[in-house]
Design a protein around this ligand. Sequence first.
Ligand code: ATP
Ligand code: MG
Ligand code: MG
Length: 593
Amino acid sequence: DSTKPSNFLRHVIESDLEQGNYSTRKWGGSPGDAAHHAGGMQDPAKVRMRFPPEPNGYLHIGHAKSIWLNFELAKEYGGVCHLRFDDTNPEKEEQEYVDAIRDAVQWLGYDTHLADNPAKSGEANDHVYFASNYFDFMYQAAEYLIGAGLAYVDEQSAEQIRANRGDFNTPGTDSPFRGRTPEENLARFRAMRDGQLEDGAAVLRARIDMASPNINMRDPALYRIRRATHHNTGDKWCIYPMYTFAHPIEDALEQITHSFCTLEFEDQRPFYDWLLDRLAEGGLIASPHPRQYEFARLNVTHVITSKRRLRQLVEENHVDGWDDPRMPTLAGLRRRGYTPEALKLFCERSGVTKSGGWIDYASLEAALRDTLDPIAPRAMAVLDPVKLVITNWDELMGAGFLDDCTAPVHPHHPERGQRSFKIGREVWIERTDYEDVQPKGFFRLFPGNKVRLKYGHTIVCTGGTRDATGKLQEVQATLVPDTKSGTPGADAIKVKGNITWVAAADALQAEVRLYERLFAAAQPGSGELLEELNRDSLVTCQAFVEPSLAGAAEGGAGFQFERHGYFVVDAKAAAAGQRVFNRAAGMRDSWGK
Ligand code: ATP
Ligand code: MG
Ligand code: MG
């Protein structure tokens, strides 16, 4: 697709396809057992990617980048993408997160059925993969390494292991347990599995090179003892594989071709290859095995993309849950009014590179505006209402008379029809649309000035009334006859100001929530997190909105409130029977201005 910008990952895939690298994939030995674990032999000609979240929190905008990248590349090259729960850590993982992650991926528009898994089809979790389903295979792989002299049970304390690992300048020191025979190691590993050792009393380590310049290659841990109930396997296991051991195996069993991850895993790649090379030699997995490629993680200014820190905000009640509209979670962005299209456009614009950096928050909002402006229905809303009285209305139009006004649902789509609303003696206008004395460059209401009530009539401001504290109570104006918008006299009088309004007679009351960046700090996470919070990230208004919003449905493109930006019905409030609109973004970027 020539409209898609190129990136280095596309080059990798294209060259693999050209050279037929994966279509010749062969099993080194008997494939039966291994293939069974991931649900049967899969079409080797296809490129196969995966998105592998750990179900320990809700997905955020950084994950959206990874989801978008993997699913889009798979689609583009006629392949498939797996949604795989990397659930090898029993303590932090929960079903709630599994469900929220599935919801988020599906909401983004990626059918998890892309992951074709014939052996599992028809089951409840059709086409969704769980790393914990491979625990048996991982255990076998560990015993294989032990048998081949490539792994040993280390019974040093955690502190000893850390101290003996060395550092950048110092090679590591061999563990006194490194010389155990395969038979001894196998017996100790089985003792670990059978619950004969305490938590933390031993780990299984790869036997590679304690002097490697890459510290990740200095006999990394493969298995640890942890008596914890797992959300999928319950109490079956008291030993669990380490992420670095589990992840390459998960990729290999699912016959992933391209395993994309963020740059912090670059140093893990040598171990990834070491492990899969050894398992392929042993005939446990197919060759060529998957390859890992790293890209720069997405960082967005004023946004935290770390599940751990986001959890802290939720648990300490700095926000109203994972789906608070200020949260950069997909659940929060969705509730805020972001659409899948806006997020995908943002991901595409942010590019795929090898060098990190920060993307400006403003470009997230720009992607929202650019996708919603062409489609969002328009509406008028007054967020900080003050009453405007048209003092000659009764005399000109008749006491109690309400005129009808119309406006296009969308200015560029006449076929979408018209909204209609009333105008009468009293209308609500924005408090900031009136000044006693004209400020420079201000063309809205001040005594003597003419403005148009948008889609309505031209009026002349006659004054405003304030209370003892100086707060504006009411604005007065007179109507200029025969100037209604859309009638022949509409352009007879030129005005410089056009103001939005809703009639007191048919306005609907609504709560409007104006959200701002959750963090005032441009690059939060470097200092004390809570001090970096923006204390004004939520402003609530008691607003009036036009009657076309009476049955406003949640989701979709939401609405453009003229002058104010993009808004969406708050799904949670709607479920509770309240009319609340969330502002997704203003009409233009005004941060810091
Ligand atoms: P966190 O630190 O927020 O917990 P994580 O990387 O530990 O993130 P995982 O659930 O393990 O979270 O991530 C699943 C996938 O999403 C991984 O492949 C990871 O590289 C990717 N990912 C996470 N954060 C980002 C980001 N900011 N930009 C791009 N990809 C990301
Ligand atoms: Mg992780
Ligand atoms: Mg993490």
